[in-house]
Design a binder for this molecule. Structure first.
Ligand code: BMA
Length: 370
């Protein structure tokens, strides 16, 4: 019922100039919405990939690292172990503004190029969106106003403005084409960590219904704009204590392809216990809902533990059928803010062991489009 109401409202706004609303409604409502062949292939392979091993991922891997920025073909991970990550994530934050550079100052033209490079290696790309606050003009972390989500839903005062922002995301996703015109499939992971309250779409900032409507509006809008190369990831933080809490704001099996969670190490014991709790939750839901599971963001800032990769991370996750585990970025502008090793870093030798472990998969092992 929600979906129908929302779609009708979306159409009312989006179809001012259109003629045959009945036909258009049918297209959007179509249950067997068509994704590109390559996108279907990616999903099929993701469903099988955990039987081969766990893919390693790193945010912004090929666009900058420790002591470098924008060097062609460079990657801190590759400099340490000889291969690129199987999964690379980028962020679309600020594409909604002028759209030239991301919030972390990476040109979107460079991101597009690196998405295509990762596809050509047989690896996967995940995209998050640290989108600006459409009501206050602040950033994603501006939680001073608790009505932002409501204001962008159909009928809200910022709905039209936000629809324009979604249009910019759609234009970017539609522009991810290789030479023969094939669109590169990506995993889109918006509205993440919503079980905390540090983003304007967080738990205390909107109701479960508003959050779910936000998701439906996002997916409907991208589809209406012709985005047929996206899979979608639901990615709360580590807060949910059980499957019911995890699913409290879940937008629905019909739009979500992958479920995961974000969690970071501070204290080792509670990190391991937390990973196990969240993995048990997504493993159980993944099985009953037929969804791919992943650790969508994790890491230990500065990796001060020389054995972290084989002594903490791998043993904590290897018994679960996880498609990938992704660590956050190696910020070139914040010297202590890194999550993957670089040559000479304390955990670099252990990372090579992690890489050599047959249970871990890197770009050369991924082969996600065959
Ligand atoms: C955060 C930090 C920030 C960054 C943001 C979006 O976790 O890394 O410095 O701007 O992610 O990438």
């Amino acid at each position: 019922m929600k979906k129908v109401g929302l779609l009708t409202a979306l159409l009312a706004v989006g179809m001012m100039s259109a003629c045959s609303s009945a036909k258009k409604q049918q297209t959007i409502e179509e249950p067997n919405y068509v994704r590109t062949q390559e996108t279907e292939k990616l999903l099929t392979n993701l469903k099988k990939s955990s039987s081969k091993g766990i893919m390693f991922g790193h945010h912004d891997d090929t666009v900058y690292g420790i002591g470098w920025d924008g060097d062609e073909g460079r990657s801190d991970v590759k400099s340490v172990c000889g291969d690129y990550p199987a999964v690379i994530s980028f962020d679309l934050g600020e594409i909604e503004l002028k759209g030239d550079d991301s919030l972390d100052k990476v040109p979107f033209d460079k991101i597009r190029k690196e998405i295509i490079n990762q596809y050509q290696r047989g690896g996967m790309v995940s995209l998050s969106w640290h989108v600006r606050n459409p009501k206050t003009g602040g950033d994603s972390w501006d939680v001073t106003d608790t009505t932002v989500v409501k204001s962008i839903l159909p009928g809200g005062e910022n709905h039209e403005k936000f629809s324009g922002w979604l249009g910019k995301v759609a234009d970017f996703l539609n522009s991810l084409k290789v030479a023969d015109g094939v669109k590169v499939p990506i995993l889109f992971r918006p509205w993440h960590e919503h079980t905390g309250s540090w983003f304007w779409w967080g738990e205390k900032l909107c109701t479960p219904d508003e959050y779910k409507t936000l998701w439906r509006m996002t997916v409907d809008s991208l589809r209406t704009h012709g985005v047929d190369n996206a899979l979608y990831a639901y990615s709360p933080g580590s807060e949910p204590k059980d499957t019911a809490q995890y699913l409290k704001r879940y937008p629905g099996d019909d739009i979500i392809d992958l479920i995961g969670f974000d969690t970071y190490q501070n204290d080792r014991d509670s990190y391991i216990a937390g990973l196990d709790k969240s993995l048990a939750i997504v493993d159980s839901i993944g099985k009953s809902h037929d969804k791919v599971i992943a650790i969508t963001e994790t890491g230990y800032e500065g990796i001060p533990d020389a054995k972290w990769w084989t002594g903490t991370l791998l043993p904590a996750i290897e018994k679960y059928p996880v498609a990938y585990v992704l660590v956050w970025r190696n910020a070139r502008e914040r010297v202590t803010h890194f999550y993957a090793p670089y040559p000479g870093q304390t955990s670099a030798a252990d990372f090579v062991e992690f890489y050599n472990n047959p249970k871990t998969l890197f770009a050369a092992d991924a082969n996600l489009y065959q």
